[in-house]
Write a protein that binds this ligand. Structure first.
Ligand code: ADE
Length: 288
């Protein structure tokens, strides 16, 4: 059966599930049974068809502690889409640790000027030591522009770990003794300076959440994406086939799946060569 037909059936059945008004998790839906009769068991997803999420009981849970001066920042990112679904299904637990509660004195001080002089402030060791001490059995990551670049490999690795701690740096930096004694890994979101590590932590949480079994309905969508095979993704199109004279490439409408795959592979290589030649040089696909 062609991927297009499977996709269409998945969408129809998904809609049927929604239309029954049953809750969108757990998948005790009657329509799943119908789909099973149609396709048989799918080994990728136990008793359910891959579009449907697994019951929470079968999930590996990743717990992420986030040490931040701004817990409120995460309200949006944790409450939306895939991350919210991961939390709801029990695949992901996020525990926000308010660093201010570990601050020093009446003013809950967190930062001080650098020894030796210079601009800006440095995050002090005492509050971070106090917040990190109970989390020493977790894998502790500090987000900082001077860290190793975060990549899909980083997220793949983190998604296998049971307990992670993400420390959101701020100001000019963090007292080096925190890094030397409490941090397992320093990671950067990219070669630019943000106001703090919160954006990086939110990006990492989302990147990890979508890798957890059952959180993204169709495992193929995480398997086939950009970077997995060292290439960027090809362009995609949907209806209408022609919008005010801008037509979809004919091959995609041809029904010839061999040709379509060939076209997609060519576009992936072409796009990667143009935008990210470093991936072709460094990656597994250096011979393409
Ligand atoms: N904090 C400030 N800039 C950052 C970056 N680029 N990556 C991670 N943490 C940061």
């Amino acid at each position: 059966m062609s991927p297009e037909v499977i996709n269409l059936l998945q969408r129809l059945i998904q809609n049927a599930c929604v239309n029954t008004g049953l809750p969108d998790s757990g998948h005790e839906h009657r329509s799943v049974a119908t789909l099973q009769e149609f396709f048989g068991d799918d080994p990728r997803c136990g008793p359910c068809f891959p579009t449907f999420r697994r019951p929470a009981s079968s999930l590996h849970t990743v717990k992420i502690y986030v040490i931040t001066m701004f817990p409120g920042y995460f309200e949006g990112p944790l409450g939306i889409s895939i991350v919210a679904r991961g939390i709801e299904d029990g695949a992901l637990v996020v525990d926000l640790v308010d660093l201010r509660e570990h601050g020093l004195g009446r003013h809950r001080q967190l930062d001080d000027p650098p020894f030796g002089g210079g601009p800006g402030m440095v995050m002090m060791i005492e509050p971070l030591a106090s917040a990190l001490e109970p989390l020493k059995d977790t894998h502790r990551v500090l987000f900082t522009p001077s860290g190793d670049p975060m990549s899909q490999d980083t997220l793949d690795r983190w998604a296998q770990i049971d307990e992670l701690t993400f420390v959101c740096g701020r100001y000019e930096g963090v007292d080096q003794r925190v890094i030397d004694n409490f941090i397992d890994e320093e990671v950067s979101l990219g070669d630019y300076v943000l106001a703090g590590g919160e954006v990086a932590a939110a990006a990492a949480i989302e990147g990890v959440a979508r890798l957890l079994p059952g959180v993204v309905g169709n495992p193929e969508s995480t398997e086939k994406e950009s970077f997995r095979d060292g290439l960027l993704e090809e362009p995609v199109y949907t209806r209408p086939a022609d919008f005010e004279g801008w037509a979809v490439p004919k091959v995609l409408l041809s029904g010839d799946h061999g040709k379509i795959e060939e076209w997609r592979a060519q576009r992936r290589v072409e796009r990667t060569r143009r935008r990210r030649p470093d991936l072709l040089r460094n990656g597994k696909d250096s011979d393409t």
